[in-house]
Design a protein. Structure first.
Lengths: 785, 139
């Protein structure tokens, strides 16, 4: 069943365009059934997993390399799968309303379902390679989604940027996984998790750790790789609500959480993660405060939230991990909702600029309510799940030592700023005096508000029924992350203690900052102007540098002159034969004078005459044809030496190459005469002699090696027996070495295509007057004949 | 090249060569021959026809674009390989059947299909190159 569950989104993606053509935007209702069913399927595992069950399954994929197609369902992957399919259902519905009437809506559904499949595969993968494949698939599908409005240059740039950054991270991850594989000899996460300290004690631990971080930090937009995330806001809003809140950006966090039991509790882990995470948290919230675009504000707070998750995962105590788990779930719910709210405002009012919005509450009451609920959760106020998360975070961080105090301060600042942004997004567009907006706003259709409304209710109910919620989802997930039994007990009823005071402090700080948001924004603005450089610009500079370098290298190596290529290849080839022979002193012995029959001498003479004919030919065409003489002579030699197949082929190849060379010459309007200077002729002649001599020596040397007849015997014995053919040459070609031949014919075809393209290129200076298609029948030639 | 004699002989010569190319293709498994050489012969047959009558008649005669024939060949070769997968043996393992047709036993196999694929790839690619070169020469 789970195998089909992994396939289902891809199959749905296949049918999405057709369904959309028939049912228009209402296809969303049909397509949403797929993720909904998947949600239900995974929900069925919750009971077992909460009892500590761990479900694995799979097939052998590449047995010779011990690679399996296998999945692992435990508390961590189950909660992720539920978030992916649950929010996926809502996002599919939401895109039905948001992109209603868009001419590529079917394509959009297809992309988003493919992404869903990849993301679901990522979190359920057990084998390393499967994890990597799905990881890269999420990068590719997110590239398609971010670049959905591909007619705009900004979208294309953002899409490429996201692909480059996360794709490079993916390669780093692959290397990291291979290092782990080498250290432990295990290629499955489920086995790795029970391998104890094997990985931690390896001298290569740091290498594996850094490479894995490369993957996780790029995907989860940690500083300094965060810049692609805000740029990815070029994507349609459903993409931001899905990829950039609940799913794709969490893949890095997922990876870190997954590896915490085997990589955590090390100095590297507990230093690097909190520092980068904490820095990302503060940077993200400050950058968010500077924005006025709703989506960008949310994007930077997403970056900040990912920062706090990384920080907590690396903090290395039970409560911090429980806080991370709760915060991850809470964030998926409120951020997904807020993005949809921002999309609704944009869709209905025609702008997402917070300074041009106001007083929409009466026009869009449901959206406003959903926004308010989400903001309350984001601000960490009871009775929402965000409150539980924040309390648990403070339980995890607030200890006496300096290190803890530092990160408590970081968390308080970050949370207070997040509180500010949350309410700025949820309140500013809706309250206050009515502002004239580009479009006359009113509540959208059900497809647009059902998503945020359900997410808002989830934020509320999961906090109110926290006992049930913890038992099913958060406790099993925390157990999977920390590697041993964890039990989350926090409820909405506040307990007097340090965390509560810290919460109150956060809220107070948040309110103060909210009231001075304008000044904060201006301050950040001037600070960033003063710095004047960021990783985003750095990315452009790096790309420009690479392009310049490749242009320079190409100019150097590919100067477009055929003579240069041929000279270079020949000189190099001759040198690569001569030099090793000279160094090793391994020259061939002088062969005995051959005893040939007179007709063989005759053939030899013909071949040599052909060569002289080539050299003394008056014009090039004659030279080409004379080359054929020599080729035919060789073909006859093959025939006499008992290689009819070879000889046969040589005849045909000679004939056709003379024909094609002659055609190419006339086609290219080459001058029939050879215009080389005397020096050039001598030089070219010397190179030709050198190469000819080198090949002769090589062949003589090869012939003096004792002949190993193992293969000959094998083919002689088995050609008829196994492959039912007496012609060994052909049997080798089509049967024994069939894959080689397959590759070769693919090359033949590709070169055919390339030649066709080359011939078809019309030089720029000639005006193409006769655009007669070559495929269209034309009687002109026949009449002319 | 367009002498009367050549133009009279060319159609016969070309058809005989095509026929011969198929013969060479089919005998390849046991006697000298095979898909590669067969494809080359067929390509030269068309080259002769093209030299005698021009490019358009050749294009009309083969109906499809030569590159399409080449692609078809590659597809055929791939199918021949994939058929083995369905029988639970590795990619491109030869499969043989011996149906009796009018009392004659025929030896059919996936290597034969593969060889036909090779034939089409070679034939298509070379013909495409030759025709494209001849064509542009005239306009």
């Amino acid at each position: 069943m789970t195998f089909y569950a992994l396939l289902a989104p891809f199959i749905a993606a296949l049918f999405a365009p057709v369904l959309t053509r028939v049912f228009k935007h209402n296809a969303a209702w049909i397509l949403a059934v797929v993720p909904a069913l998947l949600f239900w399927h995974f929900f069925g595992f919750a009971e077992g997993v909460s009892q500590g069950e761990r479900i694995t399954g799979g097939y052998s994929w590449i047995p010779s390399f011990n690679v399996n197609f296998s999945w692992l369902i435990d508390g961590l992957s189950l909660t992720f799968a539920l978030l992916i399919t649950g929010i996926g259902t809502l996002v599919v519905l939401y895109s039905g309303g948001y992109l209603k009437g868009h001419k590529h809506q079917g394509r959009f559904f297809s992309f988003i379902l493919m992404f869903m499949g990849s993301m679901q595969g990522l979190v359920l993968s057990d084998s390393f390679l499967m994890l990597f494949v799905f990881w890269e698939l999420t990068s590719i599908t997110s590239f398609l989604l971010i670049g959905f409005n591909h007619a705009e240059e900004k979208s294309r740039r953002s899409a490429i940027q996201a692909l480059v950054v996360t794709g490079l991270g993916g390669l780093s991850l692959l290397a990291g996984l291979l290092v782990i594989w080498n250290i432990t000899g295990l290629s499955e996460l489920s086995l790795l998790l029970s391998s104890g300290d094997l990985l931690r004690e390896s001298p290569f631990f740091i290498a594996a750790f850094l490479l894995v971080l490369g993957g996780a930090f790029t995907k989860s937009a940690q500083f300094p790789f965060h810049f692609w995330l805000p740029n990815a806001m070029e994507a349609p809003t459903p993409v931001s609500a899905y990829l950039h809140s609940a799913t794709m950006v969490k893949a890095g966090v997922y990876l870190l959480m997954r590896l915490n039991p085997v990589m955590g509790e090390t100095v590297a882990w507990e230093t690097v993660l909190p520092i980068f995470g904490g820095f990302t948290l503060i940077a993200g919230t400050l950058l968010a405060a500077r924005q006025t675009d709703l989506k960008l504000m949310l994007a930077y707070t997403t970056m900040a939230s990912l920062g706090i998750l990384v920080m907590l995962t690396g903090f290395g105590n039970e409560k911090a991990i429980e806080g991370a788990v709760l915060y991850l779930i809470a964030h998926s719910m409120f951020k997904g909702g807020l993005f949809m709210v921002a999309g609704n405002v944009d869709h209905e009012a025609g702008t997402r600029d917070i300074t041009r919005l106001g007083g929409l509450a009466s026009a869009m009451p449901i959206t406003f309510a959903a926004a308010l609920f989400a903001a309350l959760s984001m601000g960490g106020l009871p009775p929402f799940v965000g409150f539980l998360a924040k309390e648990e975070i403070y339980y995890g961080l607030a200890h006496g030592d300096a290190w803890s105090i530092l990160f408590t301060i970081v968390a308080i600042t970050g949370n207070a700023l997040m509180f500010v942004i949350g309410f700025a997004v949820a309140l500013k567009p809706f309250l206050g005096p009515k502002v004239d907006t580009p479009k006359h706003a009113h509540e959208g259709p059900i497809l647009l508000w059902v998503g945020p409304a359900i997410l808002a209710l989830c934020s509320l109910s999961s906090a109110i029924f926290s006992g049930w919620f913890h038992a099913r989802f958060s406790s099993p997930m925390a157990s999977a992350v920390s590697g041993h039994e964890a039990d989350i007990t926090i409820t909405v009823i506040p307990h007097i203690g340090v965390p509560l005071y810290l919460s109150l402090l956060t809220v107070a700080l948040g309110v103060v900052l909210y009231l001075s948001l304008g000044r904060l924004r201006a301050g950040m603005e001037s600070l960033l102007l003063a710095i004047g450089w960021g990783p985003d610009r750095g990315f452009d500079q790096a790309i420009r540098g690479i392009v310049k370098l490749s242009v320079a290298v190409t100019r150097l190596v590919q100067n477009g002159r055929l003579e240069f290529y041929i000279t270079a290849s020949f000189v190099l080839l001759a040198a690569s034969i001569f030099v090793p022979m000279a160094i090793a002193g391994d020259w061939p012995l002088v062969p005995a004078f051959p005893q040939l029959f007179f007709y063989e001498w005759l053939l030899f003479l013909i071949a040599v005459m052909g060569l002289f004919a080539v050299i003394w030919a008056k014009d090039r065409l004659t030279a080409i044809v004379s080359l054929g003489i020599q080729g035919f002579a060789v073909a006859v030699f093959f025939m006499l030496m008992g290689a009819p197949d070879l000889s046969f082929t040589q005849f045909m190849v000679e004939t056709l190459s003379v024909v094609i060379l002659a055609l190419a010459m006339t086609r290219l309007r080459l001058s029939p005469q050879d215009h080389r200077s005397a020096t050039q002729t001598v030089l070219d002649g010397a190179i030709a002699l050198a190469l000819g001599g080198a090949l002769t020596l090589l062949l003589l040397r090869v012939l003096q090696v004792p002949f190993d007849a193992t293969l000959t015997e094998f083919f002689n014995t088995y050609s008829l027996q196994i492959a039912h053919g007496r012609n060994i040459v052909n049997v080798i070609l089509v049967d024994f070495r069939g894959i080689d031949t397959f590759g070769e014919i693919a090359v033949v075809m590709v070169s055919g295509l390339a030649i066709l393209a080359l011939i078809r290129v019309v030089p720029k200076r000639s005006t193409p007057v006769t655009t007669e298609s070559p495929a269209s029948p034309s009687d002109k030639v026949v009449e002319a004949g | 090249m367009r002498t009367l004699i050549f133009r009279t002989v060319a159609p016969f010569l070309s058809s005989l060569m095509i026929l011969f190319s198929v013969f060479v293709l089919l005998r390849g498994h046991n006697e000298p021959g095979g898909g590669f050489i067969g494809g080359l012969i067929a390509a030269s047959a068309l080259a002769i026809y093209g030299i005698a009558f021009g490019v358009s008649p050749v294009r009309r005669a083969i109906r499809f674009h030569p590159m399409a024939l080449s692609g078809f060949g590659l597809l055929l070769a791939a199918i021949a390989g994939i058929l083995s997968l369905f029988s639970g043996v590795p990619f491109l393992t030869g499969l043989w059947v011996y149906p009796r047709l009018f009392g004659v036993e025929l030896a059919l196999s996936t290597p034969l299909i593969f060889d036909i694929g090779v034939y089409f790839v070679v034939f298509g690619s070379i013909t495409s190159t030759a025709l494209a070169l001849e064509e542009r020469e005239r306009d």
